[in-house]
Design a protein around this ligand. Structure first.
Ligand SMILES: [Zn+2]
Ligand SMILES: [Zn+2]
Length: 310
């Protein structure tokens, strides 16, 4: 759970005793933060995840992790006699996947976090099945976001003020990698990263089989370029930092305010919901969504109110 208090899910031993398998979509904290809690509650079954996600895990000994290669073609895998699944690349972050699960005659789709149009990672379409339940990421519900337009806006701001330093708040997400690569290709500006983001880029290179072909080449060029530098002091350029560091310019806010999605926005939610056509759809990853939220309500959330654009 992504809130300040870091609440754990309402899981008790009696639930865990019934668990046959745990599916991990990707390693962001809101999706795996309760794994050690699960181990504490005595879970001993398989925890399924992609090989890249497993490589990113800080610990692998407390639970029984069972990994699969995201570069291989996905086929149905049997976990227990009444449980089988297929995975696909979800485009949200390096090694992230969605799951289509058949459990006791019920067909369930779990999206994890999804980005439909990632320029970095492959995205697979789920099999067209009759879904009883679909869990759909609605992280950017209420918004219509065009990442290319946002990257272009960032580039223009930088071009206008070439003697300033800019900061882009960075985490272990696709956003910082995507903007780094875009600015590398479209500007001449220096790009500064802290140690964490440098490691994040090298982790991408290590798992470059999970990247689209063009992105592999772009990343190779970026890593070899002297325009990519470790941030040590304040100079003119763009900084990708995981923590507050020696930077406070007027421009910082304007960069962070530029919208960017690596979740489904309203238009994407509409597309994925109608594509899957599940009997029951449960939207998650947005404070405005509860277990009862409908697609119509998500569309109504749209702040622009301009349905023509969708
Ligand atoms: Zn995520
Ligand atoms: Zn998430």
């Amino acid at each position: 759970m992504n809130d300040e208090t870091q609440r754990l899910p309402n899981l008790e031993k009696r639930h865990v005793e019934k668990l046959q398998a745990v599916f991990i979509s990707h390693l962001h904290k809101d999706h795996v933060g309760a794994l050690s809690f699960l181990a504490e509650l005595g879970y001993q079954g398989p925890v399924l995840l992609s090989e890249t996600t497993k490589d990113w895990l800080p610990f692998t000994d407390t639970l029984q992790f069972v990994s699969f290669q995201t570069t291989q073609q996905a086929v149905w895998q049997q976990v227990t006699p009444n449980l089988k699944f297929i995975w696909g690349n979800s485009g949200h972050v390096l090694g992230s996947v969605w799951y289509s699960v058949l459990f006791q005659e019920k067909q369930v789709f779990f999206s994890g976090d999804v980005s439909l149009t990632s320029p970095l990672y492959p995205v697979d379409a789920p099999p067209r099945l009759v879904y009883d339940v679909a869990f759909i990421d609605s992280g950017n519900a209420g918004q219509l976001i065009n990442n290319l337009g946002s990257k272009e806006e960032i580039r223009q701001l930088i071009a206008e003020e070439s003697t300033l330093s800019f900061k882009i708040e960075s985490k272990f997400t696709s956003k910082c990698v995507e903007i780094l690569l875009y600015l590398f290709q479209t500007t001449k500006t220096n790009l500064f990263v802290d140690e964490a983001i440098e490691q994040w880029l090298h982790f991408h290179w290590k798992h470059r089989d999970n990247l689209l072909k063009q992105t592999q080449m772009d990343l190779q060029n970026l890593l070899a370029s002297d325009r990519l530098q470790r941030a040590t002091k304040r100079e003119n350029g763009v900084y990708f930092l995981t923590k507050e560091q020696f930077l406070a310019t007027k421009m910082e806010d304007s960069l962070n305010r530029i919208p960017f999605k690596n979740h489904l926005d309203t238009s994407d939610i509409y597309y994925v919901s109608t594509y899957l056509g599940a009997t029951k759809t449960i939207y998650f990853h947005n404070e405005a969504c509860t277990a009862d939220t409908t697609l119509a309500e998500i569309i109504a959330l749209n702040q622009t109110g301009n349905w023509k654009d969708v």
